[in-house]
Design a protein around this ligand. Structure first.
Ligand SMILES: [Ca+2]
Ligand SMILES: [Ca+2]
Ligand SMILES: [Ca+2]
Ligand SMILES: [Ca+2]
Length: 433
């Protein structure tokens, strides 16, 4: 499978992002009732134990959960089930047209691949934040800029862009104005990937977190249309390669906390030659060549600063950051915060690349049990650890229980995890048609 990855042309590397958008759209078409809180940011098994994993999950009680789930309406929720009901397939009349350029949103994320380094750094792409930074009721757009290389392969950042949503035109379309410099978000000391908006200081104005290689950026919204970057002053001193992040109050003190997903330990001093199949042409190395990096959970302190609470929260691998297990663990690309078990607190679902996903169940106080394997949300429907990147949640089958959606790498299936029973927190992957 990883050999396949090496042969994939550069231009195809991020088709998964498109798949995620398509997937989210399809989910929302059927998600008319979502009775749970949702906080979203927004990123192959080592088969020797695949079969064992499947058996373990099945025997661990997933089938028992069907009789203990509290919904009283447990369903496997597969497409086949839908067909068996005799209900007509749900359809939508929604159609989309690309109006980015016409609306004034002219921007291109760049990854520096023109340098010919074939670095795995270039394979992640960039994210987007839709948030109303100026409080006028209209969503604005922030896009991280990515990065490039210096003459000696220094890893450099490229400026992102902030587009302010302007008045509607007479024909109803929107017009955006770029205000990057005016707003003070042009700083780009790091090669950037993801971004997450959240009002971490509770002043009513959403702030911006930007992830990337070498450090985090925290743009504090000043409330006057401008931002000030103060990640280090706020205690966000993480220097690991970060991909995604999500805001949410994980310990219930009313103050936003921050989960930062880290990817792998690549650097130019750890940059092996990987060839495309039998050819001598260099290609981007697959993630299995690198150790994963433990994620970080920062608790907000209420004074605009944070402390690293990863260890007390119980995050995987935090207390053993150089352990041998990291080659098979913790290569995180996406994170979603939501009350998956409907007990009133935020849980954490983490998409990992080529290694099992994490599902952290909140004990109610910001400490967690990692239950992805037991719950059935760690692997695919055929017990493979796919290249998981994008996450979403919604009640797609309208049974009142939240279901998880995962966008994986190309040539892998998208994955849907219907929740079968909250009491035992049991899910099982199905392959959408
Ligand atoms: Ca706005
Ligand atoms: Ca704020
Ligand atoms: Ca908190
Ligand atoms: Ca919960």
């Amino acid at each position: 499978m990883d050999a396949d990855r090496q042969r994939i042309p550069d231009s195809n590397r991020r088709k998964v992002a498109t798949s995620l958008k398509d997937a989210s759209i399809k989910l929302r078409q059927n998600s008319k009732r979502i009775p749970f809180r949702r906080h979203v940011s927004a990123g192959r098994l080592f088969s020797p134990y695949a079969g064992f994993a499947l058996l373990l999950l099945w025997s661990a009680g997933c089938h028992d959960a069907e009789s203990t789930g509290n919904s009283g309406k447990v369903t496997g929720a597969s497409a086949a089930d839908a067909k068996s009901t005799g209900d007509p397939p749900r359809q939508t009349l929604a159609r989309f047209a690309d109006v980015a350029q016409a609306s004034g949103v002219k921007f291109e994320y760049r990854d520096g691949q023109e340098a010919g380094n074939y670095a795995i750094l270039e394979s992640l792409g960039g994210g987007v934040a839709l948030f109303d930074f100026d409080g006028d009721g209209a969503l604005d757009i922030f896009l991280p800029g990515g990065g490039k290389y210096g003459p000696k392969n220094e890893i450099l950042g490229r400026a992102g862009a902030l587009f302010r949503n302007g008045p509607a035109r007479p024909d109803g379309t929107r017009s955006f104005q770029e205000v990057t410099t005016l707003a003070g978000v042009e700083q780009a000391p790091y090669y950037s990937h993801g971004t997450a908006a959240g009002d971490y200081d509770g002043d009513g104005f959403p702030d911006l977190l930007v992830t990337g290689y070498g450090g985090l950026l925290l743009f504090q919204n000043q409330g006057d249309g401008s931002f000030v970057e103060l990640a280090h002053a706020a205690g966000l001193t993480d220097t690991f390669w970060s991909s995604s992040a999500a805001w949410g109050d994980l310990n219930g003190d009313g103050i936003l906390d921050l989960y930062v997903a880290h990817y792998v330990n690549w650097s130019f001093s750890n940059h092996p030659f990987c060839s495309a199949g039998q050819e001598k042409q260099r290609e981007v190395c697959p993630p299995k060549m690198f150790e994963g990096l433990p994620d970080v959970l920062y608790f907000g302190l209420g004074d605009g600063t944070f402390r690293d609470g990863s260890s007390e929260a119980g995050l995987v691998n935090v207390d053993n950051p150089s352990g041998d297990s990291l080659i098979n663990s913790d290569k995180s690309l996406g994170v979603l915060l939501a009350d998956v078990d409907l007990d009133g607190d935020l849980d954490i679902y983490v998409a990992n690349d080529t290694v099992p996903k994490f599902l952290y169940r909140n004990k109610g106080n910001g400490t967690f049990d990692e239950v992805a394997w037991q719950s059935g949300a760690a692997l695919s429907d055929v017990a493979t650890a796919d290249g998981s990147m994008g996450l979403d949640i919604g009640d797609f089958n309208l049974d009142g229980l939240p279901d998880l959606w995962v966008a994986n790498y190309e040539r892998e299936s998208l994955a849907l995890y219907p929740t079968k029973g909250i009491a035992s927190f049991c899910m099982s992957a199905v392959r959408p048609e």
